[in-house]
Design a protein around this ligand. Structure first.
Ligand SMILES: Nc1nc2c(c(=O)[nH]1)N(C=O)[C@@H](CNc1ccc(C(=O)N[C@@H](CCC(=O)O)C(=O)O)cc1)CN2
Ligand SMILES: Nc1nc2c(ncn2[C@@H]2O[C@H](COP(=O)(O)OP(=O)(O)OP(=O)(O)O)[C@@H](O)[C@H]2O)c(=O)[nH]1
Ligand SMILES: [Mg+2]
Length: 440
């Protein structure tokens, strides 16, 4: 639904700020610029102008930019007013512009929605733009900017092109099947490419967990017996008193979380209740939560007090773990018994930098290599799985005949088209654009 309304919004952040950017898009843009800036400005060049309210009073003195459609961000005429970032200045500008006939305040993501509807961005690029605006870590930014530039879309469009070609080859073979000189090897080539594509898609889907780690963070869970020093390590990693520490076993009951940025990767560290038998009611619930949390971890830190080692039981075996000896300062000259991956003292600060480096290294390894193209939404994974299912069915369906197999190739290509928004996506748009803030 492309409406004729022009839309206006504050596109920059929280006020007050040095500068506020007010953006308008749509057919009324020229008229608005002419009226409030006292005439048009040169296309795509910043021009300093006095900005006049409808009642003839001066609103501000600011920079005006005009981008004529279709060569603008939205594809429509767009203008920007870069004004002083005061609340009253921006407020007066917005109300004045929204007061023009045919101009209204924009909905969240509405500029980007217009860019999508005018073919400036596909759906995957649009989602990546939302990720770019929300990126907090360097890994999130790198990943989002690459996809906003079309890397992920190019992969899906490449597969789609191959399938459209494959289907054309199969259909040509059907049409000419009476003629002797169409070699069977054409369809052999096609089906071996389909098989290769299934492998490529599977490998790509396997990368989803890395994408989730980039977005949600690498999950580190601290586990151990009561008093092992879990909360003390948690506070040292958080660099603040995030958890209560006492010498009473059973101090921590609930899960506590801090988010770290380790070399540009989001890492979430959870402190847990000490694991032990026969605790009180509240602590028992905490211990249950700790055990459940361990199962979703990317890395477990299993803490043992070297002065009083208590190994913990029933820890998930399939999740990577580091066994850490704590309170190494209390050992004096004794050598610790047992195989530990690290020794720490939160009192003296021993081993903490090394532990942090180890966690950071594992988190970096878990997100894969810079430039890897990963599915960035569950939506992509679901459609890729459907694509794969149609391909597998086409590949194994010899007895069903070439027509049906060609149709399955079409359905597979369709699913890829749906990921980038080339086909049948009207129902997705409200969900996707509601992820944006106003002014984007
Ligand atoms: N001031 C300002 N900064 C901004 C934006 C903006 O809208 N305004 N952007 C907004 O997100 C981003 C830049 N993205 C943009 C993308 C396309 C076009 C644009 O005018 N595209 C035309 C012409 C392309 C060309 O000349 O190469 C087009 O696609 O046809 C402008 C900005 C980030 N910084
Ligand atoms: N000497 C020494 N004492 C420590 C060290 N780390 C923690 N402690 C002490 O050990 C006691 C327990 O520490 P916590 O961090 O609360 O232990 P916890 O594992 O969180 O305990 P629960 O929450 O009860 O499961 C406190 O008295 C701490 O001061 C350390 O590195 N050296
Ligand atoms: Mg604790």
């Amino acid at each position: 639904m492309i409406s004729d309304d022009s839309i206006v919004a504050l596109s920059s952040g929280r006020l007050p700020a040095g500068i506020a950017v007010i953006r308008i898009s749509g057919p009324k843009t020229r008229f608005v610029v002419e009226t409030i800036a006292g005439g048009m400005v040169k296309d795509r060049v910043a021009t300093l102008r006095k900005l006049w309210a409808t009642d003839g009073s001066l609103m501000d003195h600011g920079l005006v930019l005009f981008f004529p459609g279709p060569t603008s961000f939205t594809g429509e005429d767009v203008a920007e007013f870069h004004v002083h970032g005061g609340r009253a200045v921006a407020g007066r500008m917005l109300e004045t512009i929204a007061g023009f006939d045919g101009v209204r305040h924009a909905e969240p993501g509405e500029f980007t929605r217009r860019a999508f509807l005018n073919g400036k961005l596909d759906l995957v690029e649009t989602e990546a733009l939302a990720d770019l605006v929300n990126a907090e870590t360097e890994a999130q930014r790198r990943f989002a900017v690459q996809n906003a530039e079309g890397a992920q879309s190019a992969l899906y469009l490449g597969w789609r092109r191959r399938l459209i070609h494959a289907r054309a080859m199969i259909e040509a073979e059907i049409d000419f099947s009476d003629e002797e000189d169409v070699p069977g090897s054409v369809s052999d080539t096609v089906w071996s490419d389909v098989r290769a594509m299934i492998d490529e898609i599977s490998r790509h889907i396997d990368g989803f967990h890395a994408a989730e780690i980039i977005r949600d963070g690498f999950e580190v869970v601290i586990l151990g017996a009561p008093n092992a020093g879990k909360s003390s390590l948690f506070n040292a990693l958080a660099r603040r008193e995030a958890a209560i520490v006492t010498d009473e076993p059973g101090t921590t009951r609930d899960l506590l979380e801090v988010v770290l940025d380790l070399n540009g990767v989001r890492v979430r560290v959870t402190d847990t209740a000490g694991l032990r038998e026969a605790p009180g009611k509240v602590e028992a619930i905490g211990i249950e939560k700790a055990r459940a949390k361990a199962h979703t971890a990317d890395l477990m830190l299993l803490l043992e007090d070297l002065a009083n080692p208590v190994a913990i039981s029933e820890i998930p075996a399939d999740i990577p773990a580091l066994r850490i000896g704590t309170k190494v300062d209390l050992l004096k000259d004794q050598r610790p018994l047992g195989a530990y991956d690290a020794f720490i003292s939160t009192v003296e600060g021993t081993g903490l930098a090394e532990l942090l480096a180890e966690i950071g290294g594992r988190a970096a390894a878990a997100i894969g290599d810079v430039g890897d193209i990963l599915p960035s939404r569950l939506r992509h994974v679901e459609l890729l799985n459907e694509t794969k299912r149609f391909l597998a069915s086409a590949l194994s369906g010899e007895e069903r005949g070439q027509e049906l197999r060609a149709e399955e190739l079409r359905l597979a290509a369709d699913r890829l088209g749906r990921i980038v928004g080339a086909v049948d996506v009207e129902d997705l748009l409200d969900v996707i654009f509601s992820q944006f803030c106003i002014g984007k």
